[in-house]
Design a protein. Sequence first.
Length: 80
Amino acid sequence: MKVKNMVVKRILDLCGERGITLNELANRSGLTPSTVYSIMDNDRRNISIVTIKTICDGFDITLGEFFSTEGFDKLQQEIE
C-alpha cells in the first residue's frame, strides 16, 4: 500500500470510529468538503502535511497519533 492510500484509510477509519461523515470532518477542520473529497480521489497522488495537520485538528488528535499505527509502520519504501 502506498502512503497516500494509507492516509485515506486512516481518515476513513477515524471517521468511522467517531461516527462522522467526510462533510462533518471538513467542517470541523475548516476545510471545504471538496478539499476533503479530493483527498479521497484515487487520481490524486500527494497530500500536503499541512492539510493532514488540519485534518488532525478536526479529529482533535496530533500528527503523531495520526501516523502511529501498524499500517504506517509496515509501509514499504516507495523509492524505486
